[in-house]
Write a protein that binds this ligand. Structure first.
Ligand SMILES: [Zn+2]
Length: 200
């Protein structure tokens, strides 16, 4: 028999589930901080500073620990666990989480679409290929030139995202860069449209 796993905030004493008061306070504050708009990451950082361990030997909190905490229905009394979080607060937190996820998905989908439609190889002007590698949390996308003869090196899509975002920030700070004669190398809409027309 292995040790039975109980979520953070609980322990089994004399065969019964009990709340650990010090940890209970942290669980409550995770929900309250999340509702107030704090991110999983920033809550995790605060918890690490308290010195209270997530599990024995795990003093460093990460955002996934907080996420799993917010999703864990046992905190509002499921499976005969002593209730720590009122049902209403639990619901509020999880609705907020779904909404944030939707926003992220939408943003990401529109950025992916933008990249697919507007990115061409900087060397030969051909369309790009997006190739998925890895699985699950380790998945990433490599972008390379669709033209086999080109020989342009590939780039991780996440790196391209960062370049695009920094270009957008540059444009916001300095709108004159958007003039046609600017020598933008990464995103050059006029050039892109010309290239696409000449290919298709
Ligand atoms: Zn190329």
């Amino acid at each position: 028999m292995g040790t039975r796993y109980v979520p953070f905030g609980y322990e089994i004493t004399d065969g019964a589930l009990a709340v650990i008061p010090q940890e209970e306070r942290l669980v409550k504050s995770a929900f309250e901080l999340y509702i107030s708009g704090k991110s999983f990451k920033s809550i995790a950082d605060r918890f690490t500073m308290t010195g209270i361990e997530y599990r024995e030997g795990k003093p460093d909190w990460n955002k996934n620990m907080i996420k799993r905490m917010i999703e864990n229905e046992r905190y509002c009394g499921k499976d005969d666990y002593p209730q720590i979080i009122p049902a209403e607060l639990f619901k509020q937190a999880n609705e907020l989480k779904s909404k944030k996820q939707l926003d992220i998905d939408e943003e990401k989908a529109s950025l992916d679409k933008f990249i697919r439609q507007n990115t061409v190889c900087g060397k030969c002007g051909s369309r790009i290929h997006r190739n998925k590698h890895g699985r699950y949390a380790n998945a990433y996308v490599i972008i390379d030139c669709a033209n086999d003869q080109c020989g342009e090196t590939s780039i991780r899509e996440s790196v391209l995202h960062e370049i695009i975002l920094s270009r957008i920030n540059e444009l916001i700070d300095n709108p004159i860069l958007a003039e046609p004669e600017s020598n933008s190398q990464v995103i050059d809409r006029a050039g892109i449209e010309q290239n696409c027309l000449s290919i298709t």
